[in-house]
Design a protein around this ligand. Structure first.
Ligand code: GDP
Length: 202
């Protein structure tokens, strides 16, 4: 992690109603089980139990906050774990209320600097992931696509899936647009931090 990040603390869980922080925010989105909590944990060095990996996907739609601070205990940035989507078990009504929340959040959230879209590198392009990428293009915020769990992939299969995804999502240069990430090996951590810092500095 960057030198200026001295500490990380859990900022609380919220349901659809989140406080103003006036601190730059990086949000994480992706299908349930894509590795969202693991990525946040790996990035911050938080223990698994803190950014809890939900074993009952879709049940509680909580928005978890993690606050990064510097040596003087000043808040530097917030990492926001947004609700999962594209999960069949969650009811239509819940799904709709999440969509309404997300639309407002993505349009109005002054703090929001970057949305990290997580995609499972083991899968061929998923319609819900492509839809998310396209939906986010309608909002002003910057995005960064991250392919997760790359430790489970051979280089050739990884590049095959990445290329297929880049094509399906209409990305222009996949090397620039995609970050390959593993929460197990920590690969891609530096690049993701860099993308986050660049977005915060803008
Ligand atoms: P979330 O539902 O998106 O928050 O996903 P989790 O972080 O809970 O991860 C879902 C499952 O994938 C868990 O069993 C994790 O241990 C596993 N997982 C997450 N990231 C990685 C990774 O980079 N490599 C491997 N091998 N497994 C991972």
């Amino acid at each position: 992690k960057p030198e200026e990040v001295a500490g990380v603390r859990f900022g609380g869980s919220f349901t659809m109603d989140i406080p103003r922080t006036r601190v730059p925010e990086i949000a994480f989105m992706g299908r349930s089980n894509v590795g969202k909590s693991s990525t946040i944990n790996c990035l911050t060095g938080l223990k698994k139990k803190v950014a809890k990996t939900s074993k009952q996907p879709g049940r509680t739609q909580q928005i978890n906050f993690f606050i990064l601070s510097d040596a003087e205990q000043q808040d530097l940035a917030t990492l926001v774990d947004l609700p999962g989507y594209g999960f069949a078990k969650i009811g239509m009504e819940d799904q709709r209320s999440i969509e309404v929340f997300l639309e407002k959040y993505l349009s109005d959230r002054e703090e929001l600097k970057l949305v990290v879209i997580l995609v499972d590198s083991r899968r061929e392009p998923q319609a819900t992931d492509i839809a998310l990428v396209n939906t986010l293009r309608q909002f002003p915020c910057k995005t960064q696509i991250v392919m997760t769990k790359i430790d489970l992939m051979t280089p050739s299969n990884l590049s095959k899936n990445a290329q297929a995804f880049a094509e399906a999502a209409g990305l222009t240069d996949d090397d620039e647009d995609l970050i390959f990430f593993s929460a197990v090996t920590g690969q891609g951590r530096g690049l993701l931090w860099q993308a986050a810092q660049e977005a915060i500095a803008m």
